[in-house]
Design a protein around this ligand. Structure first.
Ligand SMILES: Cc1cc2nc3c(=O)[nH]c(=O)nc-3n(C[C@H](O)[C@H](O)[C@H](O)COP(=O)(O)O)c2cc1C
Length: 436
């Protein structure tokens, strides 16, 4: 039987987290990060995961209401967590568009040393000009070039990681003859580098690489380079198609497809009975999508002011304007007219209000039920090759994983599809996932 892999998404800024719930804590205080990371480690998860948002989203000139809780810097957080955790992988999302390979290579090598081989890099190519405006050079990268730059970025970072050739490991110290620290020379379209790494690569050689990006180029890039893919293809059939696709690409690139793990984002709602869980899930969805949030979401697609519409009434009968500037910062909906048509058809067929429709179309894969039902469902997905595991996105920070670790993890262990202790030292060993 395949082993189930689990990872913990720090809820952060996204459409799942309900920061306004009375039970929710801070999303920026260190104690919140510590609690979630330690809980995930108690549950023997492969890794803790931070997404990246370098600019708060705006809607009609206002900061998006889901983003007001703030978002601290990735490296600082994961480095601090290295000091208060022992075995769990520490993974951060860092984009290849606004950074420099030398710096990122140095930061990940440092993190890998500090954490004793637990560093992971989720490579993203976010290239929107709105985010770019935060940076010295502005939004300077054509969307079409994002993976060409990512490819070169990774090449250069790898050249830095490989540039110290360790001669021997003596009492945990790596000794390197000065003559064996090589100059990195790289000339490409995006980078021209002649330099030297300031430290040897960490225990893993290079950090574990994850990739999130769903285009043809994104999938191929991940299939060639990544240890794991982070994806939103979380339903059973969609996950099976996606997994077959990216593992097929990995095989075509000459890799063993088992070395590429697939992790969809997954939300879950645990209840004492199936009915209790379903009721909780409905309540959470309505907390996540308020009337004004539902209108704002439709405005993103329609590109116009819809504030006169009743969220509990039918969808707008006017067509989208095609103006996508109403919302700034990472919104992905596709062609507005086609999306609007799909939404209207679905609302009509299922008799949904605006708010009901938004709740329906923004639902990600959810595991809703008793601990035993959730353990069985998750295991079924993994055994059916819809994925290798899940990056759990809980709706509450920082206690959202507590019940899962207490109740679901033991059942996965009972079913012999989940480790009972960490057998590996490094994150890459956790992903290789031998049963305990
Ligand atoms: C599952 C998933 C998670 C992502 N997470 C982030 C993120 O945390 N930060 C970010 O800037 N971009 C994120 N992205 C955006 C991608 O990195 C990428 O910029 C975008 O999807 C465009 O690439 P694509 O055309 O290959 O999909 C994510 C994308 C996916 C599919």
């Amino acid at each position: 039987m395949k082993q189930v892999h689990l990872a913990a998404h720090f809820p952060g800024v996204n459409n799942t987290t309900v920061w306004s719930d009375p039970a929710a804590g801070s999303q920026i205080e260190f104690e919140s990060f510590v609690h979630l990371a330690r809980t995930a480690e108690r549950g023997l998860f492969d890794f803790f995961f931070l997404a990246e948002g370098l600019r708060l989203r705006e809607h009609r000139g206002q900061i998006y209401d889901l983003d007001v809780v703030g978002r601290p810097d990735t490296f600082t957080v994961v480095a601090a967590l290295a000091g208060v955790t022992d075995r769990i992988g520490l993974t951060g999302t860092i984009n290849t568009t606004f950074n420099e390979p030398f710096e990122v290579a140095r930061q990940f090598a440092t993190l890998d040393h500090l954490s004793d081989g637990r560093a992971g890099w989720n490579i993203v190519t976010s290239s929107d000009a709105f985010t770019g405006a935060n940076f010295r050079r502005g939004g300077f990268l054509d969307h079409a070039d994002r993976y060409a730059r990512a490819e070169e970025f990774l090449n250069v970072a790898q050249a830095f990681w490989n540039s110290w050739q360790a001669d021997a490991v003596v009492a945990d110290e790596i000794y390197v003859e000065p003559s064996r620290i090589h100059t990195v020379e790289y000339r490409g379209e995006f980078f021209s580098v002649r330099g030297m790494a300031t430290l040897p690569a960490g225990p893993q050689g290079q950090p574990v690489l994850l990739q999130a990006g769903d285009s043809e180029d994104g999938r191929s890039f991940g299939a060639r380079h990544a240890d794991a893919m982070f994806t939103l293809h979380g339903s059973l059939e969609d996950g099976q198609r996606y997994t077959a696709d990216v593992k097929g690409r990995a095989a075509a690139a000459g890799r063993n497809p088992n070395e590429l793990k697939v992790f969809p984002a997954a939300t879950f709602v645990l209840g004492d009975s199936a009915a209790d869980a379903a009721e909780k899930a409905r309540h959470i969805r309505r907390q996540q999508v308020s009337g004004p949030t539902a209108i704002a979401m439709l405005e993103q697609v329609w590109g116009r002011d819809l504030s006169a519409y009743d969220p509990d009434g039918p969808l707008p009968d006017v067509d989208p304007t095609g103006d996508t500037s109403i919302t700034q910062g990472r919104v992905r909906h596709g062609d507005p007219v086609a999306v609007a048509r799909r939404y209207r058809d679905r609302a009509q067929a299922e008799n949904l209000s605006i708010r009901d429709l938004v709740i329906a179309v923004t639902s990600r894969q959810q595991f809703v039920g008793t601990a035993s039902q959730i353990a069985d469902e998750m295991n079924r997905y993994v055994q059916a090759d819809a994925c290798d595991g899940f990056i759990l996105v809980s709706h509450l920070t920082p206690h959202g994983l507590d019940d899962f670790v207490d109740q679901v993890v033991p059942l996965l262990q009972e079913r012999r599809v989940y480790r009972t202790e960490y057998t590996g030292r490094t994150l890459r060993e956790h992903l290789a996932g031998k049963a305990a």
